[in-house]
Ligand binder design. Structure first.
Ligand code: WT7
Length: 646
């Protein structure tokens, strides 16, 4: 029997949801026909110190300028904290679940307010002013949320660096945005293992003298080095300052945060998000996509080091006065039932995770899921990479007991919030499809020449007009912003993704069409990994591609040409793997390294990645046209050694 391919909206879900099918259609239509009117109304969902009179002022042409609610003033920390005090001061804002199942905590909105105010006062005492950059390198502990909100409160721009990045990567991100303060912890704790965060910061700062203060949260109490005058304990400093702090008045277009992300070329770029539009969009999508209602317990398993953690653990949920769960650990510690146990422990209603986690847990069978109740679950979400229908059906049938709609949410660091997704009460789901656009989002599919493709089709995914959560620029490099996103297809935002649109208008994201790979939902540029490899003294040249991987979605496949006279030993292979982990971080660990005496190049010297991708995927019959190669024999050599490896 074949599995169902369409899951219609059920009557009970439609009846209780914010939006049903008719309302979705009406709201969507208004949002694209009259964006000024639509967003002018929905912008009011947050508090403004002085209201906006202009709603939308955006252009994807020429210099590309994106401004929303530009003359309004507000503060994100006020909206996520202070404005809830009168009505929900004693409500839990954050449920923290530690790596160790015996550790958890509930933080009310009133407590959150005091924590954020105190840290804001510490930042000010350290000389941090509006517009200054602060780097956050923390594990998944409540202090990460306090740090984000404290920066927002004083008008500082935070840049969070995921704890899995190496000292070198951290260094690059500190220097690029000229941070003067870093907030970290002594050590992180994940799956019972310690992560040497402070030691990594110390290493990164050896070369970054611009950082004058480091605030250190004591998480494990492990031994760490200490630099007198520069390093300060979080608990000591926050105890010295007042428990209240007046939020800075911020313009709607003042920057809120920078988040580095990988692209096709060069070093990761600092994606810049601003205040008003970002918060309106994060909060609105959080409410409608997850059909969030007052009192729901909401859990997004992402790390705050990624955009998902920014928009859907901290900013969106807290702006909505939600109870958001923050999890320090990993899905398989202490056992592969951990997610489901946490759901039962905290009575989670809405659960949002990544396909890579679902696939890994699916491999363990139904037993570890079925021994838990999960009766509290009402809605499931997926994000980060395409979800294969098998994983979707397992998530739906086993985790959700066939009861919960799944929202497969497509978006990017650049988009700030979800752009293509089902709304649970309005849009029936097809396993593997992100379905239809959110309000105000106008997708367009174009061929490689930029010709607009209509109806059921396949091509490059663009978005033709702005939405409030969109990134505004690449920090310090507006030209790169224009080049990366608006020059491939003039006047349109190009996502870098390919997609198919079916006869019902549903979108199916097929993956990146550029040189970005997606490993377990983590985005990496092949160029970054290549430059890490060629930095090794024995490596002459390297080419990196993604290849299909059962668990990770994509794995990292590296073709390496050694310098003349170097032996391609098993030992060197291991050394290169360690080298890349050190240069970038464990998330960039190559899965396969193939020695390549030569790489397939055109006569003008351009590496033909199309061919390398096919060889990596074991699709040797489909190599396509190789006649333009400078030396076609190179391909035969690579294919035969690939096949020998199985
Ligand atoms: C890329 C963006 C969005 C937050 C996490 C990743 C891929 C993301 C989906 C999805 C298919 C997806 C795209 C996109 N992607 N969500 N639901 N279905 N693909 O953010 O690191 O900026 O990566 O992730 O390829 O371009 P990111």
């Amino acid at each position: 029997m074949s599995s169902p391919t369409f899951f219609p909206v059920t009557e009970d879900v439609a009846a209780s949801a914010w939006v049903d099918e008719a309302k979705y259609k009406a709201m969507y239509e208004q949002s694209v026909k009259d964006p000024e009117g639509f967003w002018g109304e929905h912008g009011k969902r947050i508090d403004w110190f002085s209201p906006y009179t202009k709603v939308k002022n955006t252009s994807f042409e020429g210099d590309v300028s994106i401004r929303w609610f530009e003359d309004g003033t507000t503060n994100v920390s006020h909206n996520c904290v202070d404005r809830h005090l009168a009505t929900r001061g004693d409500q839990t804002a954050i449920i923290w679940e530690g790596d160790n199942p015996a550790e958890s905590a509930h933080i009310t909105y009133r407590e959150l307010h005091e924590k954020v105010c105190r840290l804001a006062n510490v930042l000010k005492a350290q000389g941090v002013k509006k517009g200054d950059r602060v780097t956050i390198y923390l594990p998944m502990i409540p202090e990460a949320a306090y740090a984000m909100l404290a920066c927002a409160r004083v008008g500082a721009i935070h840049s969070i660096v995921f704890g899995g990045f190496s000292p070198d990567s951290l260094y690059d991100r500190i220097v690029d945005c000229e941070s003067k303060l870093v907030i970290t912890a002594d050590e992180g704790l994940r799956g019972g293992r310690k992560v040497p965060l402070k030691a990594n910061v110390d290493k990164a700062l050896e070369k970054a003298p611009g950082v004058t203060s480091v605030i250190v949260v004591k998480r494990t109490g492990g031994d760490i080095a200490w630099k007198e005058g520069r390093d300060h304990w979080y608990h000591e400093e926050t105890a010295k300052v007042a428990a209240d702090n007046a939020p800075e008045v911020m313009g709607a277009e003042d920057p809120l945060f920078i988040l580095y992300t990988s692209g096709s070329t060069g070093k990761p770029k600092g994606v810049l998000h601003t205040t008003g539009g970002y918060l309106v969009y994060a909060a609105m999508t959080h409410q409608y996509v997850f059909d969030y209602h007052d009192g729901d317990i909401y859990w997004c398993t992402a790390d705050v080091g990624w955009v998902t953690g920014h928009s859907y653990i901290v900013y969106g949920p807290l702006a909505n006065g939600a109870t958001t769960l923050m999890f320090e650990g990993i899905p398989n510690y202490p056992s592969v039932s951990r997610f489901w146990e946490v759901i039962d422990k905290h009575k989670v209603n809405i659960f949002y995770t990544a396909p890579t986690a679902i696939r890994a847990l699916m491999r363990e069978g139904e037993g570890p899921v079925k021994k838990t109740s999960r009766a509290s679950l009402r809605l499931l979400g997926s994000v980060g990479e395409p979800i294969n229908p098998e994983a979707w059906l397992w998530y739906h049938g086993v985790v959700g007991d066939g009861r919960c709609p799944i929202v497969d949410t497509w978006w990017q660091t650049e988009t700030g919030g979800i752009l293509i997704t089902p709304l649970p009460g309005a849009i029936g789901q097809k396993p593997g499809s992100a379905t239809l656009p959110f309000f105000g989002v106008q997708p367009q599919v174009v061929d490689n020449e930029g010709t607009i493709l209509e109806g059921a089709t396949e091509g490059n995914l663009c978005i033709v007009d702005s939405w409030p959560g969109q990134m505004r620029t690449v920090f310090g490099d507006h030209e790169r912003f224009i080049q990366t996103y608006f020059s491939t297809f003039k006047g349109k935002y190009f996502t870098g993704d390919g997609c198919r649109r079916d006869e019902d208008g549903y979108y199916w994201i097929t993956g990146r069409v550029d040189d970005v790979i997606n490993v377990s939902g983590h985005r990496l540029g092949t160029a970054e990994i290549e430059s890490a490899l060629v930095a090794h003294p024995k490596v002459a040249e390297a080419a990196v591609v993604g290849y299909p991987h059962d668990l990770k979605g994509q794995g990292i496949y590296a073709y390496v040409t050694l310098n003349a006279g170097e032996d391609p030993t098993e030992e060197l292979r291991k050394e290169l793997v360690t080298w890349v982990r050190k240069e970038i971080g464990p998330i960039a660990t190559p899965d396969l390294i193939q020695w390549a005496p030569g790489l397939p190049k055109t006569r003008s010297g351009k590496i033909m990645r199309r061919i390398l991708r096919k060889i990596a995927a074991n699709e040797h019959e489909a190599l396509g046209d190789t006649s333009t190669l400078a030396d076609p024999n190179v391909v035969h050599d690579l294919v035969s050694s690939r096949m020998n490896r199985g």
